[in-house]
Design a protein. Structure first.
Lengths: 311, 187
């Protein structure tokens, strides 16, 4: 019974786990994303999860990222035929459904239990009896709604609108963070004279990066929508249907047995569950200011409000 | 990009976020912390024991969070045999965990088993509701000695009725793991 197997076994187990320090960084990332400014707690040093469980834990976070970055693409389908400019400050509240706050654990092959553990947005992590120790699942941030904000500018010319979201590289908590998003929109209704409403199609790309010497998180978000709007004087209503996708790549250095030579870069790619969303909203224009609010129904619902300066 | 421009953009983001000030805050985080006690008995006596005293602040994860822990309670406990020799060894295995006053918090006994039985399938230590209440009360009133000169806990691991053949001595390495559910402040 006494042989090197135990060491090899420990090595293999540790090879497939994610350590708490990386979880801490994951927490910091979302804190950066939602700009809440909270300091990170000392979230345990010995959290251990198989990669498949990390994916289940983090998928709602990827979905949240997609819901966030793919929101607020429009509040009207009308596009200036000459030249237009918009500066928007957008705030939103993203609602995390209950079934995305926990997941069914499956810590190892042959596990037959039925315990649940928190996802990133859930509360309590599970403690499952494993072959050599308790498998401790991480807790979540215990949030069922997450606020977020984003600024954007748009320029339009001849019925085509280009939108830009940009967050310069800044260093926060040892992370270098940046965002680049852009979109293009075309007003099709200008091709059909006499149409009682505006109809437009839009494509959006948003890429967010948070880079640390040990950890990187990159989210790529793509969306395509068709939307329509109708104005009644200063008021307008709008709605649209959007197809979207999100991919979150999480890269970290796995420290194995404290031996730097054995450190390994681990890449996890997680697809968000945001695919389709239905949006409906209303806007009111007061001089050069437009206030809008819309509700988005998708994998995670979102209430979006914007203050827009436009001419 | 100039610092002023960065600052303006940050302010713009925070301004847009401020629309929703007062909504749900990040709550305290429930964190499960494992406390592991290992034992090794090596010898030729048919009964033997090993006693270990410890403090929670000797565990890195507890120590890292101790100033932010708002509450703590017992969640689960289990026993594993990590190694044993020879293969034909059988024994009665028992262990107890006592507080600093010598009062038993919990104990268990596995009668006439092959230690390997608790290697393939760990033995889950079931505590009565009274034991859990007493353990939780002790945990929440615990004032630990930073240097652990006065240990908070004493664990004793005992093997008895040990039987084996083919070797002069036997060895058993066992582990009791206790999972504590804490609530950690994120402030």
């Amino acid at each position: 019974m006494f042989d090197i197997d135990k060491t090899i076994s420990e090595f293999n187990v540790k090879h497939s786990i994610i350590r708490g320090n990386n979880m801490k960084k994951l927490y910091i990332i979302v804190l950066l994303l939602v700009f809440t400014g909270y300091s990170s707690a000392q979230i345990g040093d010995k959290l251990q999860l198989p990669q498949s469980e990390v994916e289940k834990y983090a998928t709602p976070l990827a979905t949240w990222s997609g819901t966030y970055f793919n929101s607020a693409g429009y509040y009207t389908a009308s596009v200036s035929k000459i030249f237009g400019f918009k500066l928007s400050l957008v705030g939103m509240m993203i609602f995390i459904p209950e079934d995305q706050r926990t997941f069914d654990v499956h810590p190892y092959d042959g596990y037959t239990g039925s315990e649940k553990s928190a996802t990133f947005f859930g509360e309590k992590g599970a403690a499952i009896l494993g072959a050599e120790e308790f498998i401790i699942y991480p807790p979540g941030v215990n949030m069922s709604s997450v606020p977020a904000g984003i600024p954007q500018v748009a320029f339009s010319f001849m019925g085509v609108e280009a939108m830009l979201r940009y967050f310069p590289k800044v260093n926060i908590s040892d992370f270098e963070v940046n965002l680049l998003g852009w979109g293009l929109k075309y007003n099709f209704s200008q091709l059909i004279p006499g149409l009682p409403l505006d109809i437009a199609a839009q494509i959006l790309f948003n890429n967010f990066e948070a880079i640390h010497p040990d950890t990187e998180i990159k989210t790529s978000n793509t969306a395509f929508n068709v939307h329509a709007s109708k104005s009644f004087g200063a008021f307008s209503i709008y709605g649209g249907l959007q197809y979207e996708s999100t991919n979150m790549d999480y890269t970290y250095t796995f420290e194995t047995l404290g031996i730097p030579e054995l450190d390994e870069r681990i890449d996890i790619s997680i697809a968000g569950e945001n695919n389709m969303r239905l949006t409906f909203g209303a806007a009111v224009k007061v001089a050069v200011l437009v206030l809008n609010v819309d509700y988005n129904i998708g994998s995670q619902n979102a209430l979006v409000a914007g203050i827009n300066f436009e001419f | 990009m100039k610092k002023t421009t960065k600052a303006i953009l940050l302010v713009a983001m925070l301004t847009s976020l401020s629309l929703f000030n007062g909504c749900e805050d990040l709550a305290d985080i429930p964190l499960n912390i494992p406390i592991v006690v290992e034992f090794t008995i090596n010898g030729s006596e048919t009964s033997d024991f090993e006693s270990t005293s410890f403090c929670l602040n000797q565990y890195e994860e507890w120590n890292d969070n101790k100033d932010k822990i708002k509450s703590v309670k017992f969640l689960s406990a289990a026993y594993w045999t990590l190694d044993f020799a020879p293969d034909n060894l059988t024994a009665t295995i028992s262990a107890s965990v006592k507080d600093k006053n010598g009062i038993t918090l919990f104990s268990f006994m596995l009668t006439d088993v092959s230690p390997g039985d608790a290697s393939i399938n760990p033995y889950k230590i079931e505590l009565s509701s009274e034991e859990i209440d007493a353990f939780n009360a002790y945990l929440n009133n615990l004032q630990e000695d930073p240097t652990c000169m006065t240990p908070s806990f004493t664990a004793q691991y005992t093997v008895s009725n040990v039987s084996w053949s083919g070797a002069e001595e036997y060895t058993i390495i066992g582990k009791v793991e206790i999972v504590l559910e804490t609530v950690v402040s994120v402030d």
